[in-house]
Ligand binder design. Sequence first.
Ligand code: GLU
Length: 354
Amino acid sequence: MFEADVAHIAQHSSTGALPQQDRVGELVAEAHERYAGANASDGAVADYIPILARADADWFGLSLFAADGASHNAGDTGIAFSIQSISKAFVFALVCDALGHEAVHDVIGVNNTGLAFNSVVAIELNGGSPMNSMVNAGAIATTALMPGKDSDARWDAIRSGLSRFAGRPLLLDGEVYRSESFTNYRNHALARLLQSYDRLAIGPDEAVDLYTRQCSLAVTARDLAVMGATLACGGINPLTRERVVSAETSRDTLALLASCGMYERSGEWLYEIGLPAKSGVSGGIVAISPGKGAVGAFSPPLDSAGNSVRGQRACAYLSRSLGLNLFASAPRADIEPNPGPDPFQSPDREGASR
Ligand code: GLU
């Protein structure tokens, strides 16, 4: 939309640096300790995909991968879980990288629906548009745009693309894939509705199957931190040094995560924590600080929107203590605040208000 206007202007970044490594490690450990004991009944483990209900409500892993390659880990950062909705962020990045900024904007959209992640009504209210790639309808439509000559090639591009973000080969959790495949009637309904509006680039069954597979890839909290850190570093994985996507794609992905990544609580999240992020129903959260690194959190109990309760608290703590909030600024040290009366307050108005 605005891209044509500004495409010739070099993109400069607006980022700072993390505190010293030791301090970052201490704060990650502190955040973990602070919320590990949080009451699990503050949230509920997802059970609408039957196998997710088996998760232990006490699991809690917190990982931060810094842009300089340093890794800080506390708690259950080695436990594997299905990536679920967090895959949407990285599949979006791959598709955006392949098709470009304008194409994803025009074909899918980049505005929040304000409705639940699996809403059917959102499609109807928006004339058949899937609205954005972070809700199920938009994610299924985005996955359908993945380049490839057939379903196997598309799946290979998704799996290998997400593996490049993680810096290691990610594997499908077959049990999760089967459990979700037997119960994902709603996603099939969304795909058929999109097809009726001619909004799906491939057949609905194939699109839902690919989407279900991507959601079933097994990751750890540490993987999420590395994947997010790749977006924080302009698309270069700070672990492997491989370029995964372009800097422009990283920027576009983070913009979308800021407005749509935390379900219908994205506004509240941005207000409180101030970072682009994505969460998933298995309890993962990735929160990205451009230029600095990313936090990967995992704890299965969720709030009513589907966001991990402990994960959100730990991210809020780290955002505040590490200075990650994108909107936080301090006055310049060389500018003294004016101690005198407010020069903009007119005596008349002052008098009138008394
Ligand atoms: N595979 C899940 C679904 O389609 C992902 C949901 C989520 O993590 O938000 O329902």
